[in-house]
Design a protein around this ligand. Structure first.
Ligand code: ATP
Ligand code: MG
Length: 580
């Protein structure tokens, strides 16, 4: 079917929408691919829907290819299942909760571990039936604190989520590797420039996990990576950094009037920030207080703090006063009774510290570890950043930004144990399933593609997800030669198996050119009176902007091998037409 632009609901916008900061957000709106309906809520219009469907088909195809089976679970999930896993309380305000007319509680599915575990616990009984991988592609809802950047961080968004069930860790590892391979192929087939990174498992649980990051200047995620191949999400990566020592004969109490920040302190003493120790106080849900110390040039990483103190929350100013802590000059020397001191492992080799004196307007220099103060425990606490040392090879880490398009997790028995989902193993005993889960952001991937492939004029879709491969652009509306010639070209190209659009609107040439660039068809074929008179049409390659005249006669033959490549899934199948 040829897409006739005169009939399509594809309203393009000349102006940039005022609240759209990112290119993907701006261009998907301007190109008439989607419209906003509320914070983090979008309608996909026909052209955007075509793209979304293609992304989904690629994702589903790769799932089918590794033997995962498609299902569809309800979007609305019973609260009781979430109580069983413990996540009804743990998930927090991102989980949208509702009651039905009988007062029974439900939530809008942000992910489906609970639901699928409850499904299989009644169905899969024996090790002989394992492993099993099931997937769905479905709308999710997360009441994100800051929905923004269009499809990048929506509240309602499309995700492909898969879950696998195993009798052994080896079997989980095999499926995890298969899924990782499929996710890599998905990124490749979507034309993304990407890299896998070590990650944190967040709300989902489990320890072994990898994120697939589309590299993008304005991606929300920070990545550190090394020449040796190591790469990590900076919220998860191990931090090896070099704290420095400011040596003193003995501990000195220094008057530091008005000095509260590390920057001020380092400036006042004329020493590097990495020689000052940053202190952060917080409590666990029982109210036990911990003070964390990290090198002054680094930040405490929340996730890591929570690993040491489950439920860690920073103290408010009032709570600090109540606990006898001095904001702006906290230190490990002479802390109130019962306060635990945990320090970053990079400080272990620093025998003299520059720290607050627990008295406003005073600091200590040369405070001796083990003599003047004690540390109750050491841990990896800092947010890693470029310039730190690679935890694998020790070289200097580099930085990049990325968009997390997908993530794979080894869950282990977190859900099967809490939800009592067991099978009969070979030895005749009941065991909890060993599980994995795997998610692709289908709608977010669409935005990631646009982030990587656009210019000022619009989108440059990779052919496998473009709303159509080619747009034929007749320039003289109603012209008795141009219109039939354009229609004939469209039909011939369609017969080659290409997906074809024709801009048969009664619009000026300039409007058609601008819209074709904005929408981002990979190839444009411009049919005009003057060219036709010489038996020529003009082909324009969207990605490079290159234009060339081709003979109308035999055009289908000229395009036939590019068409074959397009059908086979080549990212830029028309480039070859413009070579040499
Ligand atoms: P993020 O860290 O970006 O909030 P997440 O790690 O919480 O994402 P997962 O639970 O791993 O997300 O979900 C699987 C995939 O779903 C993500 O890799 C991402 O592509 C997509 N996704 C998650 N949250 C959103 C959202 N708010 N809008 C669009 N896509 C999302
Ligand atoms: Mg994730």
């Amino acid at each position: 079917m040829i897409l006739r632009m005169s009939k399509m609901y594809a309203p393009t916008l000349k102006e940039d929408p005022s609240d759209a900061e990112l290119a993907s957000h701006r261009l998907l709106l301007r190109a008439g691919m989607m419209r906003k309906n509320g914070a983090g809520l979008y309608t996909f219009l026909p052209l955007g829907m075509r793209v979304l469907n293609k992304v989904e088909a690629i994702v589903n195809g790769e799932m089918d290819a590794i033997g995962a089976q498609q299902i569809l679970m309800p979007f609305v999930q019973p609260a009781d299942l979430w109580r069983e896993s413990g996540r009804w309380d743990d998930y927090g305000p991102e989980l949208a909760r509702l009651n039905d007319r009988h007062g029974v509680e439900y939530c809008l599915g942000p992910t489906h571990e609970e639901l699928i575990t409850s499904l299989v616990r009644n169905e899969l009984r024996s090790y002989k039936e394992l492993p099993v991988s099931l997937y769905q592609t479905q709308v999710k809802f997360r009441d994100e604190i800051r929905p923004r950047f269009g499809l990048m961080r929506g509240r309602e968004f499309l995700m492909k989520d898969a879950y696998s069930f195993h009798a052994t860790q080896e079997s989980l590892q095999e499926t995890y590797d298969d899924m990782s391979g499929a996710y890599a192929r998905i990124c490749d087939r979507l034309g993304l420039v990407w890299r896998p990174v070590e990650a944190d498992s967040g709300q989902i649980g489990g320890k072994v996990t990898t994120e697939f990051m589309a590299l993008a200047e304005y991606g929300e995620a920070e990545i550190v990576y090394c020449e040796c191949g190591y790469a990590a999400d900076s919220e998860a990566g191990e931090c090896k950094c070099t704290a420095t020592m400011y040596e003193r004969e003995a501990m000195e109490k220094i008057s530091t009037p008005g000095i509260h920040t590390i920057e001020e302190l380092a400036g006042f003493l004329n020493i590097p920030e990495s020689s000052c120790m940053k202190a952060l106080s917080g409590k666990d849900p029982e109210g036990n207080i911990t003070v964390f110390f990290v090198p002054g040039d680094h930040e405490l990483n929340d996730i890591k703090a929570n690993r040491v103190v489950d439920g860690f929350e920073l103290l408010t100013d009032e709570e600090m006063i109540e606990a006898g802590l001095s904001k702006g000059s906290m230190g490990p020397v002479g802390l109130p009774e019962g306060v635990r001191v945990i320090a970053d492992w990079n400080l272990q080799g620093i025998s003299q510290w520059v720290v607050g004196a627990n008295e406003d307007g005073y600091h200590y220099a040369g405070a001796r570890l083990g003599e003047d103060f004690k540390v109750d425990g050491w841990a990896d606490l800092c947010q890693v950043k470029p310039g730190d040392a690679c935890p694998t090879c020790g070289k200097t880490l580099l930085g990049a930004r990325g968009i997390e398009v997908s993530q794979v997790f080894q869950l282990g028995t977190k859900y099967s144990e809490s939800m009592n989902a067991t099978f009969m193993d070979e030895d005749g005993t009941e065991k909890p399933f060993i599980m994995g889960c795997y998610g692709v952001g289908v709608s977010r991937s669409m935005a990631a593609i646009v982030e990587q492939r656009h210019d000022d004029a619009g989108i440059m879709w990779p052919a496998p997800v473009a709303p159509a491969h080619v747009c034929v652009v007749p320039l003289a509306h109603g012209d008795e030669l141009v219109e039939p010639a354009a229609r004939k070209i469209a039909e011939e190209l369609e017969a080659l198996g290409l997906e074809v659009a024709i801009d048969d609107r009664n619009e000026r040439a300039g409007v058609k050119f601008a819209d074709a660039d904005l929408i981002g068809w990979p190839l444009q074929i411009v049919v005009g009176k003057r060219g036709l008179a010489q038996g020529k049409v003009e082909l324009k390659l969207r990605r490079t902007g290159e234009k060339r005249d081709f003979d109308l006669e035999g055009l289908a033959d000229t395009l036939s091998s590019a068409a074959k490549n397009a059908i086979a899934g080549a990212i830029d199948p028309f480039d070859a037409l413009f070579e040499d």
